[in-house]
Ligand binder design. Structure first.
Ligand code: SF4
Length: 314
């Protein structure tokens, strides 16, 4: 994971499901500018709470790294790097042995994650956290057999422009291509699988990626696969073209709502139990806060109020 607000960077891997810590780290970036593209994480932000989207994409307010999200970054890096080894060497001990080096790399590339353990001089919490990361890595071997996989792509940055001009982008954890040419898109989650009633939300990100792959390669992925290391579950979905067309229509409506909000500055808070994970309560009117001055030019709101607060993954 890297740090960014809108796109080609690792934090976009995992929009949080209900009850799941956001697998996203956003830090302050360059000066505010209207959004130019959409990633699954930011689309999920807008659907969850338009004001949260504003804070992350328009205001670019900094967010603190969290243990859960940082552990997710570390585990993703280990699973990716393990495929550097020959198939027969992709073992649990080998995977665990990658953790210290990847943790060092993460601290080098994102020094702010060191803050997580600044108050842990004895290193006890860090040791526990690393043990938890090991457990997640080990569980992966009960769900997939990396010695039998040869990914076509790992951590693949994808970007496609729709006919409307909307640019979609994101990073796919793994792409497998069968000898028949069938494509499987795989995403790792370090949290637990959602309850069945929330599965559609979890699949939204995967359908988003499937749409991008279809636009880029003219191939509808055969399978979308979410691997939940936290609970040891695998969620799969075999999309058809109509699914991708539906997601495209959904994203166009979402983008239109984002465009309206960007121009009018009308970003509404939408409180849910996920507010407990939000770093921006001090700026949120729902919690007695005041948003920072709006940094973009404004025009008068349109009548009707748009679709804010009513958009879901399907
Ligand atoms: S605290 Fe809740 S309502 Fe306020 S910005 Fe964050 S997610 Fe939205």
């Amino acid at each position: 994971m890297e740090t960014s607000t809108e796109g080609a960077t690792r934090p976009d891997i995992s929009p949080a499901g209900p009850g799941e810590a956001p697998d996203t780290v956003v830090v302050a970036g360059p000066p505010a500018a209207p959004p130019a593209s959409l990633s699954p994480s930011r689309a999920s932000d807008f659907m969850q709470c338009p004001l949260l989207y504003r804070f992350r994409v328009i205001d670019r307010l900094p967010e603190k790294p969290s243990e859960a999200a940082t552990r997710g970054t570390l585990v993703h890096a280990v699973l990716e790097r393990l495929f550097d080894a020959p198939a027969g060497d992709r073992t649990v001990p080998r995977a665990k042995s990658l953790i210290p080096g990847q943790w060092d790399r993460l601290r080098e590339s994102r020094p702010e994650v060191a803050e997580l353990f600044a108050d842990d001089p004895e290193g006890e919490r860090l040791a526990r956290w690393l043990t938890e990361a090991e457990a997640l890595v080990e569980r992966w071997f009960s769900l997939e057999d990396p010695s039998r996989l040869e990914p076509a792509e790992r951590e693949l940055f994808v970007e496609a422009e729709l006919d409307s001009g909307l640019r979609l982008r994101g990073i796919i954890d793994r792409v497998d291509v069968a000898p028949t040419g069938e494509v499987r898109i795989v995403d790792y989650k370090t949290g637990k699988a959602p309850r069945p009633e929330y599965a559609e939300g979890a699949l939204f990100q995967m359908k988003f990626y499937a749409l991008v792959v279809w636009r880029l390669k003219k191939v509808v992925p055969r399978r979308l696969q979410l691997v939940y290391l936290g609970s040891g579950d695998v969620l799969t979905y075999d999309p058809v073209l109509a699914d991708l067309e539906r997601v495209e229509r959904k994203l166009l409506a979402l983008w239109e709502a984002i465009r309206r909000a960007t121009e009018t500055g009308d970003w509404r808070p939408r409180p849910t139990k996920l507010c407990g994970w939000c770093d921006h309560q001090a700026h949120c009117p729902e919690f007695g806060g005041t948003p920072p001055p709006y940094p973009l030019p404004l025009r008068a709101p349109e009548s009707g109020g748009g679709e804010q607060g009513r958009m879901g993954p399907d």
